[in-house]
Design a protein around this ligand. Sequence first.
Ligand SMILES: [Zn+2]
Length: 301
Amino acid sequence: MTVQREAREEKRIIGEIGPVDSECVFVCVGGLHGNEPAGVRAIESLFEKLDPLRDQLSSRIIGLRGNIGALEANLRYLDTDLNRSWKEPQDSPESCREEQEKAAIQAIILPLLAEKKKVFLADLHTTSSESTPFLWDQCVKKILPEDTPVPILRDDVERLTGTMACYFSSLGVPVICAEGGSHYSPASARHLEDIVWLGLRAAGALPELEIIEEAEGRLRAVTEEVPGLLHIFHHHMISPEDRFQMEPGFKNFDPLKKGTLIAHDQNGEIRAPQDCFLLLPLYQPQGDDGFLLASAEERRS
Ligand SMILES: [Zn+2]
């Protein structure tokens, strides 16, 4: 490892707290996408609040920065998307900077699994559009129960291959894959931190505490207007030559009537094929999803 890389690795760990010999380790990762620093801020704030609770912790809790190089550059990624890189065999060269970030994260988590620790993983993201917080349901093992007051996005299209959460889930790790809101909203870090508090409770890392009930109440209040469970039925994938341009003003979870104009590309207008919900409208230069469409499955009480 070069001196430069060692210096960077010192920044990897945001915090570590709880009994070192605990059988359970709860790992939080923020900033796997470098333009999403809210996840890092959420973990920093979490550790400040965990400090006076350290005697009540029954699990080890570790907070990590995901893509350090991209966080410093404030870019989604430098060479390739770090949250699409977790597949075998590798299709990126070793010189790829995200491969090095990935190897550094693996070097922290895989030894815990080798030691037969019970590992939990929370992966914290934000979106380029305005959004209420939500959870991705793309992995087999989940930490949070279905009645958690945060909308769940179910994705059977399975376009999202190579995500870190799915990789660790395939190794038996229960995960939370959370989006806290817009990259630019000051509330996003708050939402992500609140979701992690619920995760810590569900993983048995902490007893029931007022701080967790408050987190749950805040999440319930901000997600009231959105269906509890949405099912993605369409991914609009894009490439630079499409000259894709989203219509302005959409937010995540906006309900669309059949025929609503969503975007333009080199072939003309793109309209909603049916009544549905618009998800992840793209308002940033990097990314290969223009938008997703979903139907509501049910509304939780
Ligand atoms: Zn992200």
